[in-house]
Design a protein around this ligand. Structure first.
Ligand SMILES: [Zn+2]
Length: 174
């Protein structure tokens, strides 16, 4: 990816519930500095580590998944403000990394929080990249371009199966 991807902005909408609009500006996500074997492992590991905080503080964690030149995966993260429904974020991309997917959480449990929002669908259809969601109950799902071809109020996406064997979980620091 080139400099254009580095400036790519993504908007993720948590839900369509009528809440006061909070806009905290652009969330600049950062690489957590851990290599993973697959994009799904990267997302599952980091989203699981952030799920309790996401629920407790009703904040959305967001980020991108990067593939490195040697075929490994890195992940970036940032966090929106409490009560913020729409989070706009950027993902840093270097000449040696390619942006391959996005991920996010939806804060605390609530109406439609287990579903992808229309804005989530727009991200996927605009970028052609997978968008992962860890729902408030800890289910990992993915929205793919084929899912988002049709405009909808919400999208279920597809479940991402848990790995058959648990591998050692890298230590993720805040
Ligand atoms: Zn969303």
């Amino acid at each position: 990816m080139d400099a254009l991807a580095a400036a790519m902005l993504v908007t993720a909408l948590a839900s369509s519930t009528a809440m006061p609009t909070v806009d905290c500006g652009l969330v600049r996500t950062r690489d957590i500095g851990v290599d993973f074997g697959t994009a799904e492992a990267a997302v599952r590991t980091l989203a699981t580590a952030r799920l309790d905080d996401s629920r407790r503080h009703d904040r959305e964690w967001v980020g991108g998944v990067l593939r490195t030149a040697d075929g490994r995966y890195r992940i970036t993260e940032g966090v929106g403000c409490a009560g913020q429904d729409t989070v706009t974020f950027s993902v840093p991309v270097t000449p040696r990394t390619e942006l391959v997917a996005f991920w996010h959480t939806h804060g605390d449990a609530g109406q439609a929080r287990h579903l992808f929002s229309p804005d989530d669908g727009r991200v996927v259809s605009d970028t052609g990249k997978y968008f992962y969601l860890m729902t408030p109950d800890g289910t990992l799902k993915v929205l793919r371009p084929a899912h988002a071809r049709v405009r909808a109020t919400h999208y279920f996406g597809a479940l991402v199966a848990a790995p058959e064997s648990d591998v050692a979980t890298p230590d993720i620091h805040a």
